[in-house]
Design a protein around this ligand. Structure first.
Ligand SMILES: [Zn+2]
Length: 231
């Protein structure tokens, strides 16, 4: 994916080089940065999927430009069988407030009270997710407790900051803007937020590989009437 030119593009580029005298060194086209979102419980509607994708792209555009390693950012609502994330990517799952997959990953029940009651999202960092050869991973979720597209996009961005910066609440929230403890539709992306994220965007962050499978399992159990579906 990083060497993202096709054979046809390469041929025409080499053709141009030949016309220009053949002294140009081919530069690979910059890759796209991917953000993967899931909504296994169907908490949002199709217009909200489009709205959230567009607003997140707007938030990440200045970060992509400052980072300089990517041509653009793409936000994909992933199909349920998509289980492999590129190492530099970001994944955020929309889950019901009483089914926290971050809780489950840290060894609690998904329905257990979270660290801060009435929180809108969670990120769990296990060991060192910046290394692909260990047991480290990170998982981020936003609880579908709001239907406001702008607020949802900003909450996803906030959990994305925990995810990419590998920061706890105590480390992240004092940075302000979309890093703040309390995020609403009017919370602004600050130049500091852009600089922090641009510095780490390309770095490996192993996203929890079986998060989707676990969320799918919880939904199937709920839908088939299992009273313990989120215990
Ligand atoms: Zn936070």
């Amino acid at each position: 994916m990083r060497q993202a030119y096709t054979s046809i593009e390469r041929r025409s580029f080499l053709g141009l080089c030949l016309l220009a005298g053949g002294d140009v060194i081919a530069q690979p086209i910059k890759p796209t940065y991917f953000i993967y979102l899931s909504d296994i419980f169907g908490l949002l509607s199709p217009p909200q999927y489009i709205g959230v994708a567009n607003e997140l792209k707007t938030l990440f555009d200045p970060i992509i430009r400052l980072n300089g390693r990517y041509s653009s950012v793409e936000v994909l609502w992933i199909p349920t069988n998509f289980l492999k994330y590129p190492l530099d990517s970001l994944a955020v799952h929309i889950t019901p407030p009483d089914c926290s997959i971050a809780n489950e990953a840290r060894g609690l029940r998904p329905s257990d009270p979270r660290d801060v009651l009435l929180t809108d999202g969670a990120t769990f960092i296990h060991n060192d997710p910046s290394k692909d050869n260990g047991d480290g991973f990170v998982v981020s979720e936003v609880f579908g407790s709001t239907q406001d597209v702008t607020a949802l996009s900003r909450l996803i961005f906030h959990e994305g900051m925990h995810n990419k910066l590998l920061m706890s609440s105590a480390q992240l929230h004092p940075l302000g803007g979309l890093a703040s403890a309390s995020i609403g539709p009017g919370t602004l992306l600050t130049p500091g937020n852009i600089q922090s994220m641009a510095a780490v965007l390309h770095l490996p962050r192993v996203q929890m590989k079986d998060a989707l499978a676990k969320i799918i399992d919880r939904r199937l159990r709920r839908d088939t009437g299992d009273p313990n579906w989120n215990l």
